[in-house]
Design a protein around this ligand. Structure first.
Ligand code: SAM
Length: 196
C-alpha cells in the first residue's frame, strides 16, 4: 500500500518537473525568437492600456490589429473596454501566443483572432486601427507594409517608437502625448497618391 503511494507520488513529481522544464524551455526559446525578430516581449503595463487606446480615439467601428500582440492584453481591452468590431493579433513567440490563446478561451472572447505568425506576412486588408509597440527598425519595416497594403484612413498608434514621416510620407501625424515616461503617437494613413 505504502509503496503504491510512493510510486504515485514519484510519478506526480516527475510529471510536474517535466512540465516545469518544458515551460522554462518555451519561455527562454520565446525570448530568443522575439529578439531574433527584432522586438523583445515587454508587455505594456496594464495601467496605461485604456488611456492609450482612448487617446487613439478607438471606437466600436474599428477593427483593431496588434502587431506583436504579446499576451493579448491590448486585444482584450479593445474588445472588453471599447467593444471593437474585431481584434486580430499576430505573435511570433510561442509563450506569449499560448498565453493569449488561453486568456481568450477562458474569457470566451470570440471577437479576437490570433495567429502565431510573422506580422510582416499578415493580411491587413481589414485593419482600421493598428497598434504598434515595437523597436524602431521594425516600425520602419511595418510602415512600408501598411503604406502598401493598408486602407487609407487607418489609424496607427505607436507606443514609444514613432514612424519617420519624413521617410514615410504616406502617414500624417495627428497628435502625440506623453503618459508618464511613454510617448504615444497617433498617425493616419493618407489617401493613396494616384500620380505615384
Ligand atoms: C514589446 S512587445 C509588445 C507586446 C504587446 N503588443 C503589448 O503592447 O503589450 C513586442 C512583441 O512583438 C513580438 N514580435 C516581434 N517581431 C514580431 C514579428 N515579426 N511577428 C510577430 N510578432 C513579433 C515579440 O515576440 C513581442 O511579444
Amino acid at each position: 500500500m505504502l509503496s503504491n503511494l510512493l510510486i504515485v507520488l514519484l510519478v506526480f513529481v516527475i510529471i510536474s518537473f517535466a512540465i516545469f522544464l518544458v515551460s522554462l524551455l518555451l519561455f527562454y526559446l520565446s525570448g530568443f525568437i522575439s529578439l531574433m525578430f527584432g522586438a523583445p516581449y515587454i508587455p505594456l503595463s496594464r495601467k496605461y492600456i485604456r488611456k492609450i487606446l482612448s487617446f487613439g480615439n478607438i471606437s466600436s467601428n474599428d477593427t483593431l490589429y496588434d502587431f506583436g500582440c504579446g499576451d493579448g492584453r491590448i486585444l482584450i481591452s479593445g474588445v472588453s473596454d471599447f467593444n471593437v468590431l474585431k481584434a486580430v493579433g499576430y505573435e511570433i513567440a510561442p509563450w506569449p501566443y499560448l498565453k493569449t490563446l488561453f486568456s481568450i478561451k477562458l474569457k470566451r472572447l470570440k471577437k479576437i483572432s490570433i495567429f502565431r505568425k510573422n506580422f510582416l506576412k499578415a493580411d491587413i486588408g481589414q485593419a482600421t486601427f493598428i497598434y504598434l509597440y515595437l523597436f524602431i527598425k521594425l516600425v520602419d519595416k511595418v510602415a512600408y507594409k501598411i503604406a502598401r497594403e493598408g486602407i487609407p484612413g487607418t489609424k496607427i498608434l505607436c507606443v514609444q517608437f514613432p514612424i519617420d514621416t519624413n521617410k514615410h510620407t504616406e502617414f500624417e501625424l495627428l497628435k502625440s502625448t506623453k503618459i508618464d515616461n511613454l510617448t504615444i503617437y497617433l498617425y493616419k494613413l493618407k489617401p493613396r497618391d494616384s500620380s505615384k
